[in-house]
Design a protein around this ligand. Structure first.
Ligand code: ADP
Ligand code: MG
Length: 301
């Protein structure tokens, strides 16, 4: 097969591993910077171009779209879908996963465990919004934050009000969420491919920090997850519509709660913690599923 990885940096661990794993399984692997793809949105024959040439004969694309380029990146993925190229994750699902509010609303409708979460626009509603999620301590989160940036723990009501005021002053949208204290600064990253959790790791925040992101100095170790956690992760991935995802779960006193579903989960931490060839499993998934025209939403917006 001819498979393109849409990534801005061919030296990133995840990009390198996917390329290697594809080659090892006999595929023709390309790495293409999505920001350098341009497109002709022509009727009948939509095309994508790169460096003066049309990119054709692709069997599949692997989107590794960074959060800072979601808009352009998903447009490129969508254009490939219009051409009938199989995308490992569909553009619609990537967009859903990038908006924490949108994905939580979808998950809540289907009864997935979530931390109590509120969303409001007017400063007049701050007081009741805080009551709604059970009062301080609360976590305030920018809707489009990533790698722990824009996630703040407000330990008192006063602190929460200040953070909320500050975010409003910047015209930023944010969620206010119950702080799951009993998670103890740890979360569980479930790496989901298709309808299976292929690897899971527990990430522990460093001393004095509640965010367990590896980019914030969190430490990862392999973990055995419960059947309930496994089922929750697989269902959450499916509801958001991602074939490959990193579903982050907190162990709360009421059972597993999903805090996030990531559409470009990193491979380095999970491969190192689990010792598994996750990149190889992703390539195998593509081999099984990449028939043209097999995308679930058929490129619908
Ligand atoms: P990001 O997209 O920036 O990674 P997350 O929502 O995943 O944002 O939050 C970052 C980290 O903060 C999580 O991995 C988790 O360790 C911690 N965290 C997030 N929400 C909560 C919460 N409601 N209660 C306790 N810890 C949380
Ligand atoms: Mg996260």
């Amino acid at each position: 097969m001819r498979i393109a990885i849409l990534s801005r940096n061919k030296n990133l661990y995840s990009t390198r591993r996917l390329k290697e794993a594809g080659k090892a399984r006999g595929h023709d692997m390309l790495v293409i910077n999505p920001l350098r793809c341009y497109m002709n949105i022509a009727s009948y024959k939509p095309t994508v171009h790169f460096n003066g040439e049309a990119i054709d004969n692709l069997d599949a694309v692997i989107p590794r779209i960074g959060a800072s380029i979601t808009f352009y990146g998903t447009a490129v993925v969508r254009q490939f879908e219009m051409m009938g190229v199989f995308s490992l994750n569909e553009s619609v699902a990537i967009s859903r996963s990038r908006d924490k509010l949108r994905s939580m609303q979808l998950l809540s409708r289907r009864g997935i465990g979530l931390p109590v979460t509120g969303f409001a626009s007017s400063p007049d509603d701050t007081d009741d919004l805080l009551n709604l999620v059970g009062g301080a301590p609360v976590v305030v989160k920018l809707l489009q934050g990533t790698q722990g940036k824009g996630v703040v723990l407000a330990e008192t009501r006063k602190a929460a009000e200040s953070v909320i005021d500050a975010f409003r002053g910047l015209s930023a949208h944010f969620l206010v969420q119950e702080f799951v204290k009993e998670a103890g600064g740890a979360d569980i990253r479930c790496f989901v491919i298709g309808d299976k959790v292929v690897a899971a790791m527990r990430r522990q925040a460093p001393e004095g920090e509640f965010r367990s992101n590896l980019h914030r100095g969190g430490a990862a170790e392999v973990v055995k997850i419960t059947p309930e956690e496994r089922a929750t992760a697989v269902r959450a991935a499916r509801i958001v519509g991602l074939n490959v995802s990193g579903v982050d779960i907190l162990r709360s006193k009421n059972g597993p709660v999903v805090i996030e579903v990531n559409s470009s989960p990193g491979l380095e931490g999970i491969e190192q913690a689990s010792g598994k060839d996750v990149a190889g499993l992703i390539i195998q998934y593509i081999e099984k599923n990449a028939q043209a025209g097999r995308t679930r939403t058929k490129g619908r917006g």
